[in-house]
Design a protein around this ligand. Structure first.
Ligand code: AMP
Length: 291
């Protein structure tokens, strides 16, 4: 496994691999790698011949009051996990090499970034789409893997790749969870044992929604309220949003449709967590045509 902080060296390694016929895969991360990230690496290995993991805690996607400074950076551990997972190249740029003095160029995606995370974190997606574009320009992957865990992020990146004709295939991988339902997140390390218990109410409320929808619920606002009530019944949980939305536009739905997604953001103590789940309603079976 090669490890480098240098853009030119990434280009050189990738050029060599491509010259040997390799299909190039990329998994962008902010490090503090867990089994969710490693599921992306595994998928990427099955989709490509040469996997580059990028580890960069991107300052432009954090607001000043957010956890940039204390974001976990267990670099030795991350490199060990990458090596064990069969990664070919780890790119660990520093901030000045991606954002040199005088930096002033941004990539913004419009409608899909406006609600939910975009409303709570106004600069966030501009930072994400800019850094992902830069990483794509540096690594030039044929395929890149993202997690459904960050649902609006993957929807935004799919939109960006389509709108800008970026020559990369985006693969979205399912959310990896603890056995009790908690979605894996680098931020889970901030949770006390009591907060971790309360945090289970996020996935539990998505399960509640799945159950209600499967048994014929139609009142979406009523269902969102039930989900909120379930979470607020736990100590330390403060819901920021809970919506049933369209999986592509992320617009809040006013009525049932065959494909929907439930999206949640909540503070659990001082830690901000997000979770989501897709719902596919059974299609009515076609009635036999009259004779
Ligand atoms: P991050 O390091 O938080 O920026 O995440 C890097 C990538 O890993 C993103 O595409 C995330 O959606 C993905 N990811 C984070 N947590 C999970 C998880 N629990 N399951 C699957 N993918 C995840």
């Amino acid at each position: 496994m090669q490890t480098t902080a240098e853009i030119a060296e990434v280009r050189r390694h990738v050029r060599t691999a491509r010259a040997q016929g390799a299909r190039i895969g990329c998994v962008p991360t902010m490090g503090a790698l867990h089994a969710g990230h490693l599921s992306l690496v595994e998928r990427c290995r099955s989709e490509s011949d040469y996997v580059c993991v990028t580890i960069f805690v991107n300052p432009t996607q954090f607001a000043p009051h957010e956890d940039l400074a204390k974001y976990p950076r267990p670099m030795e551990d991350d490199l060990r996990k990458c090596r064990a997972a069969g990664v070919d190249l780890v790119f660990i740029p520093d901030v000045p090499s991606l954002y040199p003095d005088g930096y002033q160029t941004w990539v913004s995606v419009e409608e899909v970034t406006q609600p939910l995370e975009g409303a709570m974190r106004p600069e966030h997606f501009r930072g994400v789409t800019t850094v992902v574009t830069k990483l794509f320009n540096i690594v030039q992957p044929d395929v890149a893997c993202f997690g459904a865990k960050d649902y609006q992020q993957q929807a935004t990146i799919r939109r960006m790749v389509r709108d800008l004709d970026l020559p990369v295939e985006i693969v979205v991988c399912p959310t990896v969870r603890e056995p009790d339902g908690l979605a894996l997140s680098s931020r889970n390390v901030y949770l006390s044992p009591e907060e971790r218990q309360s945090a289970l109410s996020l996935s539990a409320s998505l399960q509640l929604a799945a159950d209600r929808l499967a048994t014929g619920a139609t009142d979406l606002r009523g269902l969102e309220q039930e989900m909120i009530d379930l979470m607020h019944a736990q100590p330390g949980v403060q819901v920021q949003y809970t919506v049933l939305a369209d999986p592509d536009s992320l617009e809040t739905l006013t009525q049932l449709q065959p494909r929907m997604v439930g999206l949640i953001a909540a503070m659990v103590g001082k830690t901000r967590l997000i979770d989501n789940r897709e719902f596919n309603l059974p299609q009515p079976t076609a009635s036999p045509s009259p004779r």
